[in-house]
Structure formats: C-alpha cells, structure tokens
Design a protein around this ligand. Structure first.
Ligand code: NAD
Ligand code: ZN
Length: 356
C-alpha cells in the first residue's frame, strides 16, 4: 500500500506576507464570532510585526514559553486556557520556531478531541479534525510547517501526534520573520533540514518523489552555508529548504541521526537542532559524503558544537537513551533495512553515544 499523503493546502511565500494574515482570518470570521487564538513564541513579544498582527479584542494572544521543547502538559494547559476564553470553536495561529509550530498544531487538535494530548501520541489516534490552524515559522529547518506530526514529550515517551488532521490548513512563509535569530540557532535549525534530506536520500525508503525534494533541499543548504549568498536571499532559501526537507521525509523517513538524537533529547533535554548536529558529526560511516560537507559548513561559520555530552553519565541514563533510540523501529528500518537489529545492537548504539 502506498501512503496517501496529506499536504498543507494553502501557502503564501514572500517577504512581508505575514501582513496578509488579516485577510486570511477575515475570510474565516465572516460568518462566525469565534476568536483566533494566537500562540506566539515569547521571544517575539514587543517586536514591531507582533504589534501589527490582526488580533481583535475578541481574540486571545498567548506568548508561549519554548525554553524546553513542547510537553503534553503544556499543550493541555494551553488548550484549557483557550477553552476557558471562549466556548466557540476558535482558529489557532502559531508564530515561532518548530516548537511553537508544534504547540499550535497540537492545541488545534486538542480543541476538538477529548482528554489529554498524551493519549494521542502515536500514529492515527486522532478521531476528529482539529480547528482551522495557521502556521507562521520564524526559524527555518524543521519542516514542522509541512509535516503531519507534532512532536511532544509526554509522561512516557517523546513521540508525535501523527495524523491526517495534524498539518496546518494554511502556512505563511515570510523570510522577514527569520531576522534576529541567534547565529548558532539559525545554523542548527537549518542543519535539521540538511540532515532530513541526507537521511531520506540514503535510506532504504527512498523513492523518486522524496529524492527530488531532498536533493534540492540539500543544494540550498550547501549554497547558503558554503557559497557567497547575501543574508537576505539566504533566509528565503532556507525557508524553502525547510519546506522541501519536510516534504521529502513525509514520503520517506529519517534515520540514524534522528533516532540517536531522540535519545539525547529525552534523557538529557538536548534540543532537536543542536542534538542532530552533535549526533551527525559522528556518523560518517552512515553518511560518508554529507558529514564532511556538514563539517565544512560548521567550520566556515565558526560553529563550536558542544562536546562530552555523555561523559560522566550514569549507566541508567545511558540505558534509557539506548532504549529510547532503539524503540524507533521505522527510522532504523529506513536507515539500515529490515534486519537492522543485527546491525544496530545496544552495544553499537552505546559506542556511538560515547563519542558524543
Ligand atoms: P525552537 O522552536 O525550539 O526555538 C529555538 C529557540 O529559538 C527558542 O529559544 C526560540 O525562542 C528561538 N527563536 C525562534 N525564532 C526566533 C527568531 N526569529 N529570532 C530569535 N529567536 C528565535 O527551534 P526549532 O529548531 O525551530 O524547532 C525545534 C522543535 O521542532 C523541537 O521541539 C522539535 O521536536 C520540533 N520538530 C518538529 C518537527 C515536526 O515535523 N513537527 C520536525 C522537526 C523538529
Ligand atoms: Zn529533524
């Protein structure tokens, strides 16, 4: 059976396009008095573009905290606040990096599905379509703006709510909003899309559809970080690279690097972008051409990766990290094939972690 891929149906691309949000919401508001819930990364509080957002008096604006990556308890709290604010079926607008994209997608689902978001971590467990939701990224790389998942840390696991109802109804890709991202963060998040493409291209699930997106996504990253592109153009290219990387894995899968990174984040709280960079740097055996390219990009941009992460770690933490990583069967199947358990034993995973 081939996957029947749900994609984001409406997209605006262009600098300044966030100003079209008013028109987009106006069309929704025409025959409803339902509010819009704005979930905005609090790093943007007070910025000029936030002051110009079309938030009405009847809307709810919440500046969200993404100091740690999204947790199910936080999604449940934001959902409760939205429900207390209005009993009408709202729209949700998410503005921020991948973490805020995921919060917005999750809250949109939880406004129409009972219980806690932790009950929906998994594949196709969501019964009702979420409310209308718009995604406006302010970092480029995760592909969260196009994906059918929202990655959440719950009481038992870090796992997405993967469903056909998860993708945004509308995204606005406005490269102006990437301005001001710290240099390291911009790099780490961009490398997420480079690594998505690498894992997609070298995985066993690869197909011509995914290959086309991944190749272009990687070419854009290489041009931005190894070429001589001015920043203004570079941000637009990264926004496209993120979208294409996300599209590529939507029809293939990620691999060794993401599986190991999930272990790092679950046990040590390492963030997605930097965690993938730390892991990728040690995976030349699996990604023989892309890891040297990645290192060249690091060097050119003077990015110092954290080191010695697993030094002094307890045996229990190490085992937990290996357990989390090796539980991600589809990722390993893609990376190493159906007999992956013979190739990626707990001992081998430990060896790789010890390098980090
Ligand atoms: P992020 O959203 O976690 O943000 C990282 C930091 O950058 C935060 O401190 C944030 O406040 C700040 N920031 C965001 N935009 C900024 C800007 N324009 N200027 C200054 N600071 C800014 O980072 P990310 O790398 O975009 O996202 C990582 C998250 O995305 C993780 O939670 C990961 O699990 C998730 N993710 C989701 C998917 C998916 O398909 N749903 C895919 C990959 C990653
Ligand atoms: Zn990723």
């Amino acid at each position: 059976m081939y996957r029947n891929l749900r994609v984001v149906p409406q997209l605006i691309f262009g600098r300044g396009s966030v100003r079209q949000l008013g028109d987009i919401l106006a069309a929704r508001r025409k025959d409803s008095r339902a509010p819009a819930i704005f979930l905005i990364d609090r790093v943007h509080e007070g910025k000029e573009f936030v002051g110009q957002l079309p938030a009405a008096a009847s809307d709810l604006v919440i500046f969200v905290n993404v100091d740690t990556e999204p947790k199910t308890v936080y999604v449940d709290e934001l959902t409760r606040r939205s429900q207390e604010f209005s009993s009408q079926q709202a729209s949700v607008v998410g503005i921020g990096g991948g973490s805020t994209m995921d919060l917005a997608k999750a809250v949109a689902l939880m406004l129409t599905n009972p219980g806690s978001s932790s009950e929906y971590q998994g594949w196709d467990l969501v019964n009702n379509p979420g409310v209308y939701h718009v995604g406006i990224p302010t970092l480029a790389g995760t592909g969260a703006e196009v994906s059918r998942t929202t990655v959440l840390t719950g009481p038992i696991r870090k796992l997405g709510i993967n469903s056909d109802y998860t993708p945004f109804d509308q995204i606005i890709l406005d490269a102006d909003l990437l301005a001001g991202a710290p240099k390291d963060q911009r790099f780490y998040t961009a490398m997420d899309s480079f690594i998505h493409a690498s894992e997609s291209l070298l995985g066993t699930f690869i197909n011509e559809f995914s290959r086309a997106f991944a190749e272009k996504s990687q070419a854009l990253c290489r041009d931005v970080f190894l070429g001589d592109i001015e920043d203004a153009v570079a941000d637009e290219m990264l926004m496209v690279a993120s979208y294409l990387g996300g599209m590529s894995i939507a029809y293939s899968q990620v691999g060794v690097c993401h599986a190991l990174c999930y272990g790092l984040s679950y046990v040590l709280g390492v963030r997605h972008g930097v965690g993938n960079c730390i892991a990728f740097n040690h995976l030349e055996e699996y990604y023989p051409e892309d890891v040297p390219t990645f290192r060249a990009m690091l060097e050119r941009h003077n990015i110092e990766l954290p080191r010695g992460l697993t030094e002094g770690m307890s045996e229990q933490q190490m085992n937990e990290m290996i357990r989390v990583a090796l539980s991600l069967d589809p990722l390993w199947q893609n990376a190493l094939g159906p007999d992956w358990k013979e190739k990626m034993t707990p001992e081998r995973a430990r060896e790789l972690y010890l390098r980090m």
